[in-house]
Design a protein around this ligand. Sequence first.
Ligand SMILES: [Zn+2]
Length: 162
Amino acid sequence: MKFIADAMLGRLAKWLRILGFDVLYYPVIDDRLVIKIAREQERTILTRDTRLVKQRGLRSPVLIESNNIFDQLLEIKDRLDFRDAAHSERCTVCNGILSSVSRKKEIKESVPDFIYHNFNDFIKCEDCGKVYWDGTHREKIRQKVKEIFSAPSELLRRQGRN
Ligand SMILES: [Zn+2]
């Protein structure tokens, strides 16, 4: 299960990557290119564009209607298969797969001294080399998504928020 998000859905793409899903995203991209990539790589398009979902020959594109990240997640909840995502975490910058750094020394040159001395667990993107050290932020997002998905119903949640 692979996705490509249109230019309007940067935040959603980022959250999905943190959850471990394979999501291509480019801040500036032509619709035609989105369609081309989706077809070639058999990716599901996530889009806010009603015209785009009507294009023929796409693998059931998903029209995202809300502007709100939590509602957006609910909109695609049924399309997400967490068995796919469970074993990987992806780089929020480039969608590459992250792996843990076994020897801290390896990343000494890639992070500020302060970080090097104060953190022990690092993960690194296999593609772009970006090093992540504070798992807290990512864990918070995962937790938040779990909460959203386990709410009794969308209706109840909306009432609770107002
Ligand atoms: Zn990366």
